[in-house]
Unconditional design. Structure first.
Length: 207
């Protein structure tokens, strides 16, 4: 039987990262772009986990299939953890990467490099239809620094500004393999891999 994993996103960049991990393991990865007329979820949660649960539980119920959702964001220490859960709409409700990056740089104007520390966070939630209490939750974090000018042409979101000293690269300068290894989403996926297949088998056995 074909193994299908639905990712609750319309973001092609995120989908590419998940496909790089799950497709070599024999899973077909679908996203919300593969389905018609799906109502979007209002991310009204106050934490990354709450928002990820909202998306995973909603689409698992609608599609009647297990769904993996993530909520990710940039937490800048100088800005007291902002933009956090509002990372995708930092500059307004319309998701605009360029505007978000511009606002971040403006809010960090004049801040010394040693004070531009930040954390990229991801919470992943895997949900089974009709069983929100059984949600599988994992997290991933990567510390880094916010540059004063963007670097790199790959990636999305804040990737061109998020610098990882270990590789002397921003996320937007990394290869796909490097990003899967070093990114916050990659870290969360690593924490998911040892547990999700057993969780899946346990849910299949529930009558």
């Amino acid at each position: 039987m074909e193994k299908v994993l639905v990712i609750a996103t319309q973001n092609n960049g995120k989908a590419r990262e998940f496909r790089a991990v799950f497709e070599p393991a024999g899973w077909q990865v679908k996203t919300l772009n593969d389905f018609d007329h799906l109502a979007q979820v209002n991310e009204t949660g106050r934490t990354f986990e709450e928002n990820a649960r909202l998306k995973a539980d909603h689409f698992a119920q609608i599609l009647k299939t297990p769904v993996l959702a993530d909520d990710s964001g940039l937490q800048v220490d100088y800005l007291h953890g902002q933009p956090g859960i509002y990372s995708a709409r930092y500059a307004g409700e319309a998701h605009n990467d360029a505007a978000n990056n511009a606002r971040l740089l403006a809010n960090l104007g004049g801040v010394a490099p040693e004070e531009r520390t930040a954390n990229f966070h991801t919470t992943l939630v895997m949900a089974w239809p009709d069983r929100p209490a059984a949600d599988l939750v994992v997290e991933g974090n990567v510390p880094g620094q916010i540059l004063t000018v963007p670097r790199g042409d790959d990636g999305f979101g804040y990737d061109p500004l998020f610098y990882l000293a270990e590789l002397d690269k921003t996320f937007a300068e990394m290869t796909a393999a490097e990003k899967n290894q070093y990114s916050h989403r990659g870290a969360a996926i690593k924490n998911l891999l040892p547990v999700w297949q057993q969780w899946w088998q346990e849910q299949e056995q529930v009558k």
